[in-house]
Design a protein around this ligand. Structure first.
Ligand code: TYD
Length: 232
């Protein structure tokens, strides 16, 4: 067994599963970084489950299509948040929890912080209700690590538009204006500042390999005791 797998297994027979979430504005490079981290983790022999929100299970993907088409926007931000939470409940119960139970590392492209930022802060849904909804969906569960990929809104939007090309229409949230996306960036940074033990901000303007390396170091330090190993 290699070092990563050995540390994750620890003293018990069953490896300890983890949930790592990736958050940030549009075009921050979350999916690329999840792919790179998945590959690196998989090389260590750990089971990796890469997933996304909204979505990740057939039922949640149906809700995704509905929400991102814009058909739910007339419900208002709290109504949309309820639908995101419904998708999250299925995603968590059917995919994430069993994977963690097996000892896998789950990498989720967005999670509950997106509801806080998009529907809560930017949608101005009442924070108390957004917090209650989070409690309903997840109880006391929080990701073991949340990586906030930070990028200026204008750069992120340009990247997102370039990636999508001309043939696809922007989704419900890509259609929002630049001030919305700047607000989102601040919202994610504020969430990270309010929960520094859980959240780490990574500069997503840096070259892809540097971002990947920064993320790897965070994962190593958190879950593999790399700091202790280096200090020893
Ligand atoms: P997606 O194409 O996955 O966007 P991105 O590549 O930026 O992650 O679409 C997901 C969209 O849904 C994205 O604009 C963020 C939004 N969203 C919310 O508004 N609330 C949520 O709780 C989640 C999970 C996503």
């Amino acid at each position: 067994m290699n070092q990563v797998a050995a540390v994750l297994v620890g003293q018990s027979a069953r490896p300890k599963g983890r949930l790592i979430t990736f958050e940030g504005g549009e075009g921050a490079g979350k999916s690329t970084q999840i792919r790179l981290l998945s590959q690196r983790l998989a090389q260590t022999g750990v089971e990796v489950v890469a997933t996304r929100e909204p979505g990740g299970t057939p039922r949640a993907e149906k809700l995704r299509d509905f929400i991102l088409s814009g058909r739910a926007s007339s419900l208002g931000p709290l109504g949309e948040a309820v639908l995101f939470a419904a998708a999250r409940i299925d995603h968590f119960d059917a995919l994430i929890a069993p994977a963690i139970e097996r000892g896998a590392i789950v990498l989720s492209d967005r999670f509950s912080d997106s509801t806080r930022a998009y529907q809560g802060v930017m949608g101005e849904a009442e924070p108390r209700k957004i917090a209650l909804l989070e409690k309903v969906a997840l109880g006391d569960l929080r990701p073991d690590l949340t990586i906030v990929l930070d990028i200026p809104a204008k750069v992120g939007l340009e990247r997102a538009f370039a990636r999508r090309g001309d043939h696809l229409a922007p989704d419900r949230f890509e259609r929002e204006d630049i001030s919305f996306h700047e607000g989102l960036r601040r919202a994610f940074l504020n969430i990270a500042a309010s929960e520094p033990d859980r959240c780490c901000v990574v500069d997503a303007l840096a070259p892809q390999e540097e971002v990947a390396q920064a993320i790897w170091q965070l994962v190593e330090a958190r879950f593999l005791g790399a700091n202790e190993a280096h200090a020893a």
